[in-house]
Design a protein around this ligand. Structure first.
Ligand code: NAD
Ligand code: IPM
Ligand code: MN
Length: 349
């Protein structure tokens, strides 16, 4: 029988609470099957930093890279905590993993499941995927500051966009669009960010010539936020840069019934490195430790992981169990683990 080595990073805040439920559902869907998941837990995040001063050591990274896949809850402390001022958990841990493991596709599907409550009066059929570039853009840390704290201070954060990096993510997005409803929307801000914008626009045109059956559309990111609210069903695949993709996918989570349902995969499509699956949301310090978090996003992230590992049946069973749970929600409060139990039971039914 096959063994999948899974690195689990529960992280901070609600991270451990939602990951416990994701592992519960993973256990339920693989029980008695031919594939066994062997999980190794890594204690990483703000809590670990406060204890040891480490964010992600070379040894941690090497150990994680030995695995077949990674499941992450959320990392990051309470914003503004002075004890974390010297650390940057988000950069030093999460982004370091995405960059070092070459997760150039940050895949963020958005679907309005029947029964989930969109804040939109007439949401329509929402079913799109944001293909967010994961290794470049303004996230690379290409910047610096001088004369800090003086009136002459200058702070730069330079967006890096390489032909190699843009082309590969654009190609992935075209492949995905071809397998879906054949509509691709590039979102950028080409009217202002002319240098980065023109490489994105040109590569979408060039790669798009190889996919004549995919209809290509372009929206400036500000206008894209209008349509995500006024007409979200128009979207099939959105391809966009790292920062725009971050912002659009929290908005997408909100319009599809809540950030507690938004899942993601940080994918290295070639399989040179393990891909990493995580909710779109963060560590939610405001509700941490209270069993108030919705673990659905972490559980759907497990489905994305199973799909990535070729376990299509198991992925579908998890997705269906979440959809059934969502459809049965009547607004009465449940704890994080009650939701996980209910979904695990549906998986086994
Ligand atoms: P957040 O996503 O943690 O929280 C935003 C709001 O959404 C909060 O009101 C929170 O209670 C709510 N929320 C989030 N997840 C929920 C869930 N599963 N169920 C119910 N409600 C949920 O964003 P933030 O407050 O901006 O960030 C908090 C910390 O998390 C920061 O340190 C940030 O850097 C970090 N962060 C980490 C990740 C990650 O690890 N992938 C992602 C985003 C933010
Ligand atoms: C996300 C988060 C991260 C991002 C942060 C915590 C680095 O917001 O996964 O969406 O900006 O990518
Ligand atoms: Mn985000």
């Amino acid at each position: 029988s096959r063994v999948v080595k899974l690195a689990v990073i529960p992280g901070d805040g609600i991270g451990p609470e939602v990951v416990a439920e994701a592992e519960k559902v993973l256990g339920a869907v693989t029980a008695g099957g031919g594939t066994r998941f062997e999980a190794t837990h890594f204690s990483l995040g703000a809590a670990r930093y406060l204890e040891t001063g480490d964010t992600l050591t070379d040894a941690d990274l090497a150990a994680i890279a030995e695995h077949d896949a990674i499941l992450l809850g959320a990392v990051g402390g309470v914003p503004g905590d002075p004890r974390l001022a010297g650390a940057n958990i988000e950069r030093g841990l999460l982004l370091k993993l995405r960059f070092e493991l070459d997760h150039y596709v940050n895949l963020r599907p958005s679907k309005l499941h029947p029964g989930s409550k969109s804040p939109l009066a007439e949401p329509g059929d929402i079913d799109f995927v944001v293909v967010r570039e994961g290794t470049e853009g303004p996230y690379v840390g290409n910047g610096g500051a001088i004369r800090t704290g003086t009136p002459a201070e200058v702070a730069n954060e330079v967006s890096v966009n390489t032909a190699f990096g843009v082309e590969r993510v654009v190609r992935y997005a075209f492949e995905l669009a071809q397998a879906r409803r054949r509509a691709l929307t590039l979102v950028h801000k080409t009217n202002v960010l002319v240098h980065a914008g023109s490489i994105w626009k040109r590569l979408v045109e060039e790669v798009g010539a190889e996919y004549p059956d995919v209809a290509v559309d372009y929206l400036h990111v500000d206008a894209a936020t209008i349509f995500l609210v006024s007409d979200p069903s128009r979207f099939d695949v959105i391809v966009t840069d790292n920062l725009f993709g971050d912002i659009l996918t929290d908005l997408a989570g909100a319009v599809t019934g809540g950030i507690g349902l938004a899942a993601s995969g940080n994918i290295n499509p070639e399989g040179a490195f393990p891909s990493m699956f995580e909710p779109v949301h963060g560590s939610a310090p405001d509700i941490a430790g209270q069993q108030k978090a919705d673990p659905s996003a972490a559980i759907i992230s497990v489905a994305l992981m199973l799909e990535h590992l070729g376990m299509t049946d198991e992925a579908a069973r998890v997705t269906r169990a979440v959809e059934e749970d969502v459809a049965a929600r009547d607004g009465s409060p449940r704890t994080t683990s009650e939701i996980g139990d209910a979904i695990a039971a549906r998986v086994q039914a």
